[in-house]
Design a protein around this ligand. Structure first.
Ligand SMILES: Nc1ncnc2c1ncn2[C@@H]1O[C@H](COP(=O)(O)OP(=O)(O)OP(=O)(O)O)[C@@H](O)[C@H]1O
Ligand SMILES: [Mg+2]
Length: 247
Protein backbone atom coordinates (compact mmCIF):
# COMPACT_ATOMS: atom_id res chain seq x y z
CA UNK A 1 0.00 0.00 0.00
CA UNK A 2 1.31 3.46 -0.88
CA UNK A 3 1.49 6.30 1.63
CA UNK A 4 -1.29 8.86 1.41
CA UNK A 5 -0.45 11.45 -1.27
CA UNK A 6 0.76 14.76 0.19
CA UNK A 7 -1.01 16.96 -2.36
CA UNK A 8 -3.69 14.75 -3.91
CA UNK A 9 -5.00 15.86 -7.28
CA UNK A 10 -8.75 15.32 -7.65
CA UNK A 11 -9.22 13.16 -10.73
CA UNK A 12 -12.20 11.54 -12.41
CA UNK A 13 -15.51 11.07 -10.64
CA UNK A 14 -15.62 7.34 -9.84
CA UNK A 15 -19.17 7.26 -8.50
CA UNK A 16 -21.75 9.41 -6.92
CA UNK A 17 -23.88 8.41 -3.95
CA UNK A 18 -26.77 10.28 -2.42
CA UNK A 19 -24.69 12.46 -0.12
CA UNK A 20 -21.14 12.21 -1.46
CA UNK A 21 -19.07 11.98 -4.61
CA UNK A 22 -16.02 9.74 -4.83
CA UNK A 23 -13.09 10.96 -6.93
CA UNK A 24 -9.96 9.14 -8.03
CA UNK A 25 -6.58 10.67 -7.21
CA UNK A 26 -3.26 10.17 -9.00
CA UNK A 27 -2.71 7.25 -6.61
CA UNK A 28 -5.04 4.27 -7.16
CA UNK A 29 -4.97 3.42 -3.43
CA UNK A 30 -6.54 6.74 -2.38
CA UNK A 31 -9.80 8.57 -3.13
CA UNK A 32 -11.26 11.98 -2.37
CA UNK A 33 -14.74 11.96 -0.87
CA UNK A 34 -16.69 15.16 -1.52
CA UNK A 35 -19.64 15.90 0.79
CA UNK A 36 -22.64 17.37 -1.03
CA UNK A 37 -25.45 19.50 0.42
CA UNK A 38 -28.05 17.02 -0.84
CA UNK A 39 -30.43 15.40 1.61
CA UNK A 40 -32.43 12.36 0.56
CA UNK A 41 -34.89 10.11 2.36
CA UNK A 42 -36.86 6.98 1.56
CA UNK A 43 -34.18 5.74 -0.84
CA UNK A 44 -34.08 8.98 -2.80
CA UNK A 45 -37.86 9.53 -3.11
CA UNK A 46 -37.61 12.75 -1.08
CA UNK A 47 -34.81 15.17 -1.96
CA UNK A 48 -33.61 18.64 -1.04
CA UNK A 49 -30.49 20.72 -1.00
CA UNK A 50 -29.65 21.93 2.52
CA UNK A 51 -27.12 24.75 2.65
CA UNK A 52 -24.06 24.02 4.86
CA UNK A 53 -25.00 20.33 5.23
CA UNK A 54 -21.99 19.01 3.26
CA UNK A 55 -19.27 20.87 5.17
CA UNK A 56 -20.93 20.31 8.56
CA UNK A 57 -21.32 16.57 7.94
CA UNK A 58 -17.76 16.39 6.66
CA UNK A 59 -16.45 18.07 9.80
CA UNK A 60 -18.52 15.95 12.19
CA UNK A 61 -17.58 12.75 10.35
CA UNK A 62 -13.86 13.56 10.41
CA UNK A 63 -14.10 14.29 14.14
CA UNK A 64 -15.97 11.08 14.98
CA UNK A 65 -13.82 8.87 12.72
CA UNK A 66 -10.79 10.34 14.48
CA UNK A 67 -12.24 9.44 17.87
CA UNK A 68 -13.01 5.85 16.93
CA UNK A 69 -9.59 5.45 15.28
CA UNK A 70 -7.99 6.63 18.53
CA UNK A 71 -10.06 3.97 20.31
CA UNK A 72 -8.46 1.27 18.15
CA UNK A 73 -10.88 0.87 15.24
CA UNK A 74 -8.98 0.99 11.92
CA UNK A 75 -10.62 3.39 9.47
CA UNK A 76 -10.15 4.36 5.82
CA UNK A 77 -10.12 8.07 6.73
CA UNK A 78 -6.79 9.83 6.15
CA UNK A 79 -7.34 13.56 6.49
CA UNK A 80 -9.41 16.63 5.66
CA UNK A 81 -8.41 18.47 2.48
CA UNK A 82 -10.99 21.27 2.41
CA UNK A 83 -14.41 21.89 4.01
CA UNK A 84 -16.05 19.43 1.60
CA UNK A 85 -13.18 17.14 0.60
CA UNK A 86 -11.52 14.35 2.55
CA UNK A 87 -8.82 11.87 1.63
CA UNK A 88 -9.63 8.20 2.21
CA UNK A 89 -7.98 4.90 1.57
CA UNK A 90 -9.81 3.40 -1.39
CA UNK A 91 -11.64 0.29 -0.25
CA UNK A 92 -13.89 -2.31 -1.76
CA UNK A 93 -17.10 -1.62 0.13
CA UNK A 94 -18.58 -4.71 1.81
CA UNK A 95 -22.20 -4.66 0.59
CA UNK A 96 -23.49 -5.32 4.10
CA UNK A 97 -24.46 -2.27 6.15
CA UNK A 98 -24.14 -2.66 9.90
CA UNK A 99 -26.70 -0.93 12.11
CA UNK A 100 -26.27 -0.69 15.87
CA UNK A 101 -29.33 0.11 17.97
CA UNK A 102 -29.46 1.26 21.58
CA UNK A 103 -33.05 2.46 21.59
CA UNK A 104 -36.07 1.23 19.61
CA UNK A 105 -36.78 3.56 16.66
CA UNK A 106 -37.38 3.72 12.92
CA UNK A 107 -37.77 0.50 10.95
CA UNK A 108 -37.03 -1.60 14.06
CA UNK A 109 -40.02 -0.07 15.87
CA UNK A 110 -42.26 -0.43 12.85
CA UNK A 111 -41.49 -4.03 11.92
CA UNK A 112 -41.57 -5.30 15.52
CA UNK A 113 -44.54 -3.27 16.70
CA UNK A 114 -42.62 -1.63 19.58
CA UNK A 115 -42.98 2.00 20.58
CA UNK A 116 -40.08 4.29 19.72
CA UNK A 117 -37.97 5.27 22.71
CA UNK A 118 -37.61 1.93 24.54
CA UNK A 119 -33.97 1.39 25.64
CA UNK A 120 -32.71 -2.07 24.69
CA UNK A 121 -31.12 -4.24 27.40
CA UNK A 122 -27.97 -4.32 25.28
CA UNK A 123 -27.10 -3.02 21.81
CA UNK A 124 -28.68 -4.89 18.90
CA UNK A 125 -26.63 -5.31 15.71
CA UNK A 126 -28.55 -5.59 12.44
CA UNK A 127 -27.41 -6.18 8.86
CA UNK A 128 -28.81 -4.79 5.62
CA UNK A 129 -27.87 -5.68 2.07
CA UNK A 130 -26.46 -2.51 0.49
CA UNK A 131 -28.62 -2.27 -2.63
CA UNK A 132 -30.46 0.86 -3.74
CA UNK A 133 -32.37 -1.26 -6.29
CA UNK A 134 -33.75 -3.44 -3.48
CA UNK A 135 -34.10 -0.61 -0.96
CA UNK A 136 -31.39 -2.01 1.40
CA UNK A 137 -33.36 -5.06 2.64
CA UNK A 138 -32.63 -6.57 6.08
CA UNK A 139 -30.55 -9.77 5.92
CA UNK A 140 -28.89 -11.99 8.49
CA UNK A 141 -25.25 -13.05 8.70
CA UNK A 142 -25.96 -16.48 7.27
CA UNK A 143 -27.48 -15.02 4.10
CA UNK A 144 -24.54 -12.61 3.72
CA UNK A 145 -22.08 -15.52 3.92
CA UNK A 146 -23.97 -17.94 1.67
CA UNK A 147 -24.71 -15.27 -0.95
CA UNK A 148 -21.04 -14.27 -1.01
CA UNK A 149 -21.32 -10.69 0.29
CA UNK A 150 -18.99 -11.16 3.27
CA UNK A 151 -16.92 -13.91 4.88
CA UNK A 152 -17.80 -15.15 8.36
CA UNK A 153 -14.59 -13.65 9.79
CA UNK A 154 -15.38 -10.30 8.17
CA UNK A 155 -18.85 -10.23 9.70
CA UNK A 156 -17.41 -11.11 13.11
CA UNK A 157 -14.83 -8.34 12.75
CA UNK A 158 -17.45 -5.80 11.61
CA UNK A 159 -19.75 -6.70 14.49
CA UNK A 160 -17.03 -6.38 17.12
CA UNK A 161 -15.83 -3.06 15.70
CA UNK A 162 -19.36 -1.68 15.34
CA UNK A 163 -19.94 -2.40 19.04
CA UNK A 164 -16.67 -0.67 19.91
CA UNK A 165 -17.71 2.33 17.81
CA UNK A 166 -21.00 2.30 19.70
CA UNK A 167 -19.22 2.51 23.07
CA UNK A 168 -17.16 5.47 21.90
CA UNK A 169 -20.05 7.33 20.30
CA UNK A 170 -22.56 6.63 23.10
CA UNK A 171 -20.14 8.23 25.56
CA UNK A 172 -19.32 11.11 23.21
CA UNK A 173 -22.96 12.06 22.68
CA UNK A 174 -23.96 11.39 26.31
CA UNK A 175 -21.41 14.02 27.41
CA UNK A 176 -23.35 16.42 25.19
CA UNK A 177 -26.73 15.46 26.66
CA UNK A 178 -27.68 13.46 23.57
CA UNK A 179 -28.80 9.84 23.36
CA UNK A 180 -27.30 7.86 20.49
CA UNK A 181 -30.38 5.88 19.48
CA UNK A 182 -28.92 4.03 16.48
CA UNK A 183 -26.47 4.45 13.61
CA UNK A 184 -25.34 2.79 10.38
CA UNK A 185 -21.77 1.92 9.41
CA UNK A 186 -20.14 0.78 6.19
CA UNK A 187 -16.93 -1.23 6.10
CA UNK A 188 -14.53 -1.95 3.27
CA UNK A 189 -11.64 -4.19 2.30
CA UNK A 190 -8.10 -3.01 1.62
CA UNK A 191 -5.04 -5.26 1.49
CA UNK A 192 -7.05 -8.13 2.95
CA UNK A 193 -8.05 -6.16 6.04
CA UNK A 194 -11.37 -4.66 7.12
CA UNK A 195 -11.53 -0.89 7.58
CA UNK A 196 -14.37 1.30 8.80
CA UNK A 197 -15.27 3.39 5.74
CA UNK A 198 -17.76 5.94 4.46
CA UNK A 199 -18.93 8.41 7.12
CA UNK A 200 -20.31 8.83 10.63
CA UNK A 201 -22.83 11.65 10.44
CA UNK A 202 -26.30 12.67 11.63
CA UNK A 203 -27.50 11.47 8.20
CA UNK A 204 -26.93 7.89 9.30
CA UNK A 205 -27.45 8.23 13.06
CA UNK A 206 -30.39 8.96 15.32
CA UNK A 207 -29.51 11.54 17.95
CA UNK A 208 -32.16 12.50 20.50
CA UNK A 209 -31.78 15.35 22.95
CA UNK A 210 -31.86 13.79 26.41
CA UNK A 211 -35.03 14.51 28.33
CA UNK A 212 -36.98 16.10 25.49
CA UNK A 213 -36.40 13.44 22.82
CA UNK A 214 -35.97 16.23 20.26
CA UNK A 215 -34.49 14.86 17.02
CA UNK A 216 -31.05 16.20 16.08
CA UNK A 217 -30.55 14.12 12.94
CA UNK A 218 -31.91 13.49 9.45
CA UNK A 219 -35.31 12.42 10.86
CA UNK A 220 -35.99 16.18 11.01
CA UNK A 221 -36.01 16.01 7.20
CA UNK A 222 -37.61 12.56 6.82
CA UNK A 223 -40.49 13.47 9.15
CA UNK A 224 -40.80 17.20 8.37
CA UNK A 225 -40.01 18.17 11.96
CA UNK A 226 -38.25 21.44 11.15
CA UNK A 227 -35.34 22.94 9.24
CA UNK A 228 -32.55 20.40 8.75
CA UNK A 229 -29.97 23.13 8.12
CA UNK A 230 -30.76 24.71 11.49
CA UNK A 231 -30.52 21.28 13.15
CA UNK A 232 -27.10 20.56 11.64
CA UNK A 233 -25.82 24.04 12.53
CA UNK A 234 -26.99 23.41 16.10
CA UNK A 235 -25.14 20.09 16.10
CA UNK A 236 -22.00 21.88 14.92
CA UNK A 237 -22.22 24.17 17.95
CA UNK A 238 -22.80 21.18 20.24
CA UNK A 239 -19.82 19.23 18.85
CA UNK A 240 -17.28 22.03 18.31
CA UNK A 241 -18.43 24.66 20.81
CA UNK A 242 -18.69 27.41 18.20
CA UNK A 243 -21.34 28.43 15.69
CA UNK A 244 -20.77 27.15 12.15
CA UNK A 245 -19.20 29.69 9.80
CA UNK A 246 -18.75 28.88 6.12
CA UNK A 247 -15.06 28.89 5.15
N1 LIG B 1 -13.10 4.68 1.27
C1 LIG B 1 -13.94 4.40 0.27
N2 LIG B 1 -13.49 3.86 -0.88
C2 LIG B 1 -14.36 3.59 -1.90
N3 LIG B 1 -15.70 3.80 -1.84
C3 LIG B 1 -16.22 4.32 -0.71
C4 LIG B 1 -15.37 4.63 0.41
N4 LIG B 1 -16.14 5.13 1.41
C5 LIG B 1 -17.41 5.11 0.93
N5 LIG B 1 -17.47 4.63 -0.32
C6 LIG B 1 -18.69 4.52 -1.17
O1 LIG B 1 -18.87 5.79 -1.79
C7 LIG B 1 -20.24 6.09 -1.92
C8 LIG B 1 -20.51 7.35 -1.12
O2 LIG B 1 -21.72 7.87 -1.42
P1 LIG B 1 -22.88 8.06 -0.37
O3 LIG B 1 -22.46 7.68 0.98
O4 LIG B 1 -23.45 9.38 -0.66
O5 LIG B 1 -23.83 6.93 -0.90
P2 LIG B 1 -25.23 6.56 -0.26
O6 LIG B 1 -26.15 7.69 -0.45
O7 LIG B 1 -24.98 6.02 1.08
O8 LIG B 1 -25.80 5.49 -1.16
P3 LIG B 1 -25.01 4.35 -1.80
O9 LIG B 1 -23.88 4.14 -0.83
O10 LIG B 1 -25.94 3.20 -1.84
O11 LIG B 1 -24.61 4.91 -3.12
C9 LIG B 1 -21.00 4.90 -1.37
O12 LIG B 1 -21.29 4.01 -2.43
C10 LIG B 1 -19.98 4.28 -0.42
O13 LIG B 1 -20.22 2.92 -0.22
MG1 LIG C 1 -23.17 6.01 2.28
Amino acid sequence: MSNAPLHPVVGELLYEGKAKQVYATEDADWVVMRFKDDATAFNGLKKASISDKGPINAKISAHLLGLVAAAGVPTAFARTLSPRDQLFRRVEIVPVEVVVRNVVAGSFAKKLGRPEGEWLARPVVEHFYKSDALNDPPINEDAAIVLGWAAAWELACMRERALRVNEVLLAFWAERNIDLVDFKLEFGRADGAILLADEITPDGSRLWERGTGRHLDKDVFRRDLGDLGDTYRELHTIVFGTAYRAE
